[in-house]
Design a binder for this molecule. Structure first.
Ligand code: ZN
Length: 587
């Protein structure tokens, strides 16, 4: 047999066995198959189609329209206790450790070049991203002055910007402070980069999202592409006087944050020790904001629909713990909701957070990441997500190689939006901050989070973050990953420990072995004298053992079993770490 053919057969056999077994030991094969068959990528894709028509800045009417849409869907999907909550904001009121911000209502925003060309440069009626958030009302016709980045005093030396409009590519709030408040400019036109990646600047037609400081009393900003900005700069350099007309009708002031929540009640919801698993996302951001973060919001909604329907039809029993779903403004909504519901905060045991999960890997250059909890909060929740990720990735590879069917490969090519046939380009990474999961993982709340995210995304925070970059197959796979992980967190019990502890111990052993490799490098470090290098290497192993032991303990505590239930696993890890420590030797 040709060796390549043999390898292909072995790969296929591995993929097939993974499809059947890799989801073990957290769910039965029957549970996994039921979740997989109910999962759908076209349903979240259609929900996303609507969300991308709204400019979802927190505390605006379009954000509330998005919230109402989610609420209606949650009711249609049969979720319990679906409702919205409004949290007043005025810039001073606090929620937990966080100070509230301000609301913004905008009716009109239009920018024209009046001379020498006569040209419409932006209109929020068709493209809301063209007007920076928290712009104030204005009606001015004025000359444009190039101030470079506009963020340093020297950018204004020898320039009279009073009553004029400045062209700047620096951080908007800083330009507002200097140009508008200190130097009396009427407003700003900006091509500020926002969330740069290796691809930034290659496509000069993208228009980036911008926001001013809502607490400042005046100023407006229009966002233009790098291409348009370069053409304006070139003409001004050649001596042309460019005159613009800016018209904005908007108010910045007190408002409210809206949060939608709904549940799938657990069978022990009425008992005193009842627990909750919380799914979160952030519903805000600019239009279209397809991947960031319409995708996360429609995908937790799809995870909810999958589980609710399977329970309703009797295919799955209700889980022991309650599943709660929360859609609100990023960080602000999470903080306001948790600060206002100490009872829910106290019942929360795990969080699944989705922020950017639908990008087509080959369009937005992303990799899908399962993000580990921080060192301060070791938890088995990461292992659950990583295990289902493996299952889905193997299935996707098997399909892409022509060895598995579309259903086995969890592809969305049935009815409705057709998804890709892509492999699932994904990994497990160390902790990374930057979204609402920070709040759950923080020491004040200390609820371990399974954070699911695409990164990088070359279209983040731009007018190109549209439905065109979204893959219905990816939405289906991530909705399944979310549903399976949440259902596992909500059902896991002490009877599963004899299977789960050895499984988790094996995962921990493989990570300890990796740490041993790092410790060996550390011993050879030329930066430290030999005794110090050995001390640091041993400390690495000691901390890794501490972390992995805490992962096993977290599962035992979750199930309510006695702390000794993982003693065999802890013993195996300690023996392994001791052997590694011996092998490091002495200097
Ligand atoms: Zn985001």
């Amino acid at each position: 047999m040709h060796p390549i053919r043999l390898i292909a057969l072995l790969v296929a056999a591995t993929a097939l066995s993974n499809v059947a077994n890799a989801q073990q030991p957290f769910l039965t094969t029957g549970q996994w198959t039921a979740l997989r068959d109910e999962s759908n990528g076209a349903v979240p894709y259609e929900n996303l189609r609507y969300l991308t028509t709204l400019h979802r800045v927190p505390a605006t009417s379009q954000f509330d329209q998005a919230a109402n849409f989610i609420l209606q869907r949650a009711k249609e999907y049969g979720l319990a206790d679906a409702h919205t909550e409004q949290f007043p904001i005025d810039g001073t009121k606090t929620y937990g450790l966080m100070r509230s911000y301000l609301g913004w209502e905008v009716e009109e925003g239009r920018l024209w070049e009046v001379r020498p060309d006569h040209l419409l440069l932006g209109d929020i009626a068709t493209e809301p991203i063209r007007l920076a958030d928290y712009s104030h009302s204005a009606d001015v016709e004025a000359e444009l002055v190039d101030v470079g980045s506009g963020t340093a005093d020297t950018d204004y030396a020898g320039k009279d910007v009073h009553g004029k409009i400045v062209l700047a590519d620096g951080v908007l709030a800083r330009v507002q402070q200097l140009a508008v408040l200190q130097h009396g400019a009427a407003g700003i036109v900006s091509d500020m980069p926002n969330q740069t990646t290796a691809w930034s600047g290659l496509d000069k037609t993208v228009v980036r999202w911008g926001h001013l400081d809502a607490r400042q009393p005046s100023g407006f900003a229009f966002m233009i592409s790098r291409q348009t900005a370069e053409s304006l700069r070139a003409r001004m350099r050649d001596g042309s006087s460019v005159v613009l007309n800016a018209h904005v009708k908007a108010t910045v002031g007190p408002g409210h944050w809206t949060v939608v929540t709904a549940t799938i009640p657990g069978s022990d919801a009425a008992s005193s020790g009842s627990a909750e698993i919380i799914y979160s996302c952030h519903l805000d951001h600019e239009r279209p904001g397809a991947n960031d973060n319409g995708s996360g919001c429609v995908t937790i909604l799809e995870s909810a629909r999958i589980i609710a329907r399977l329970i309703r039809t009797g295919a799955l029993p209700p889980p022991k713990r309650t599943l709660r779903f929360i859609w609100g403004p990023e960080v602000e909504g999470t903080m306001a909701f948790l600060a206002s519901h100490p009872d829910i905060r106290q019942r929360a045991r795990a969080n699944i957070h989705m922020d950017m999960v639908g990008g087509d890997f080959f369009k937005n250059k992303s990799v899908f990441h399962v993000t580990s909890t921080p060192w301060s909060l070791p938890s088995f929740v990461t292992d659950v997500g990583a295990t289902f990720l493996d299952t889905i990735r193997s299935a996707a590879s098997g399909y892409a190689a022509g060895e598995l069917s579309a259903e086995e490969g969890i592809v969305e090519n049935r009815v409705g939006e057709k998804g890709s046939r892509n492999e699932f380009v994904a990994d497990v990474t160390p902790y990374s901050a930057g979204s609402d999961h920070d709040d759950y993982d923080s020491s004040t709340i200390a609820v371990p989070s399974l954070y699911l995210r695409d990164w990088p995304d070359i279209y983040i925070h731009t007018d190109h973050d549209s439905l065109d970059q979204i893959d219905a197959t990816k939405l289906r796979r991530v909705a399944l990953l979310g549903a399976a992980s949440g259902y596992a967190y909500a059902t896991v019990d002490a009877q599963q420990l004899p299977t789960l502890i050895p499984f988790l111990t094996a995962q921990a052993e493989s990570r300890l072995a990796q740490t041993f490799g790092a410790a060996q490098q550390q011993v050879k470090s030329s930066q430290l004298e030999p005794n110090m290098a050995l001390y640091e290497a041993r400390n690495l192993l000691r901390q890794a053992l501490h972390r992995e032991t805490a992962v096993l303990d977290s599962l035992v505590a979750f199930t309510g079993a006695p702390p000794s239930a993982d003693s065999e696993g802890v013993g195996a890890l300690t023996a392994q770490a001791t052997a590694f420590d011996d092998w490091l030797g002495s200097p």
